[in-house]
Design a protein around this ligand. Structure first.
Ligand code: PAF
Length: 293
């Protein structure tokens, strides 16, 4: 592992903390015909992140770059920015084992000048669902990802479908702002009982861990009811949630795949956010409304 030096060595993990070193490396890789696939993360890596890396590794002729940066701009007051799990050494080892060749690990001052004021506005979808509960969150996400894209200069950027609204907004950002990277969504990795992997699962006590399964169970019940129509989806999901009253649901929402209003028929997405003890979890699933095709 090469730490914080500007020179890039192929087939090993290069850890760079300065933006200009990352851009210089990416430019050099691009000049000789490589494609750069980028996996932005906030660290505290789990199998869900490594699945995204594995997907990136399958893109031909590609150098895989990742970033580890807990982005203060996407945490609201009273959220878990300070407490967010940080496990740098284990993360770097996991990325190295997964075949990542470049990791950008900036500190806050490397990315944000103290008087930085310009941000990316997510548009109306940024105020719905997660955005309604976490004001400013998506402006923080889009701003840091836009900055990372400018620094890393990737051809592809890969994100987990678990943060589905984030994925939709990032696709829109690249389209609306004519950004280069193709955004690729990677399906959620789940525990055997259905719980979606998340860095925040480590906050759960054993009892809360049991309770948290109700999120994915509700999505599955809702998805199975899809052919009976939207009302049946809500009914089935709510019935499942009612069995676990300790889990406080922030929203359960049926939308189209772009997160517009739910269709009466065709592809849809069911999204949920809930608090289990002090931990806020999100999950979602794709489903078909009406007759299966
Ligand atoms: O999904 C995440 O881990 C973060 O929101 C991201 C995309 C790395 C931006 O900080």
């Amino acid at each position: 592992m090469t730490v914080s030096q500007a020179r890039f060595t192929r087939d090993q993990l290069n850890v760079l903390a300065r933006a200009e070193d990352v851009t210089r490396t990416s430019n050099a890789l691009r000049r000789v015909g490589n494609k750069v696939a980028f996996v932005p993360t906030m660290g505290a890596l789990h199998e869900g992140h490594l699945e995204i890396v594995r997907r990136a590794k399958r893109i031909p002729n590609t150098v895989v770059a990742a970033s580890i940066f807990v982005n203060p701009l996407q945490f609201g007051p009273g959220e878990d920015y300070e407490a967010y799990p940080r496990s740098r050494e284990a993360d770097l080892e996991a990325l190295e084992r997964a075949g990542v060749e470049l990791v950008f690990t900036p500190d806050v001052s490397e990315l944000y000048d103290s008087d930085a004021a310009v941000t990316v506005h997510p548009g109306p979808l940024g105020d719905e669902l997660e955005g309604a509960h976490r004001p400013g969150h998506f402006a923080g996400v889009l701003t840091v990802v836009a900055k990372l894209f400018n620094i890393v200069r990737p051809h592809y950027a890969l994100f987990g479908e678990k943060d589905y609204q984030q994925l939709v907004l990032l696709k829109r950002m690249t389209r609306d702002l004519n950004m280069e990277p193709s955004v690729i969504g990677v399906p959620t990795v789940r525990e055997r009982d259905g719980l979606a992997l998340s860095s925040r699962n480590r906050y759960l006590t054993d009892e809360q861990r049991e309770q948290a399964v109700v999120l994915s169970a509700a999505l599955t019940a809702g998805a199975h009811a899809g052919h009976h129509g939207p009302d049946a989806v809500y009914e089935a999901a709510r019935e499942t949630l009612a069995a676990q009253p300790e889990v406080a649901v922030d929203y359960l929402a049926l939308r189209d795949p772009e997160l517009g209003p739910a269709p009466d028929e065709g592809e849809a997405r069911l999204l949920i956010a809930a608090r289990v003890g002090g931990t806020r979890l999100i999950d979602n699933a794709g489903l078909v409304i009406g007759d299966p095709i």
